[in-house]
Design a protein around this ligand. Structure first.
Ligand code: SF4
Length: 89
């Protein structure tokens, strides 16, 4: 059996030219725990020194976890035109 991190490393990405994730970063300033930065397995969400969030949309695994965990409903998501291609579903 191939370990999870090795399997994820075999994924390929067809990255869109624009982000498929939009974040209302004004809401992020009041979000103390910033759970999106902890829960995303791909590190898509990074806390910025100004209290907002930087989105690395090209890393997104399209799992939807951040949408569920965000306590402020600050994330708008659509599936990208390209996106991740899983080697192992
Ligand atoms: S969980 Fe939501 S409100 Fe909190 S930092 Fe992340 S995107 Fe912003």
């Amino acid at each position: 059996m191939i370990p999870l991190l090795k399997r994820l490393g075999l994924n390929t990405y067809d990255v869109d030219s624009t982000s498929h994730i939009q974040v209302d970063t004004d809401k992020c300033v009041q979000c103390v725990g910033k759970p999106c930065t902890i829960s995303c397995p791909a590190g898509t969400y990074e806390a910025s020194p100004d209290g907002k969030i930087i989105v690395h949309y090209e890393r997104c695994l399209e799992c939807g976890g951040a949408l569920v965990i965000c306590p402020y409903g600050a994330i708008k998501f659509r599936f990208p035109n390209g996106g991740v291609k899983y080697k192992y579903g």
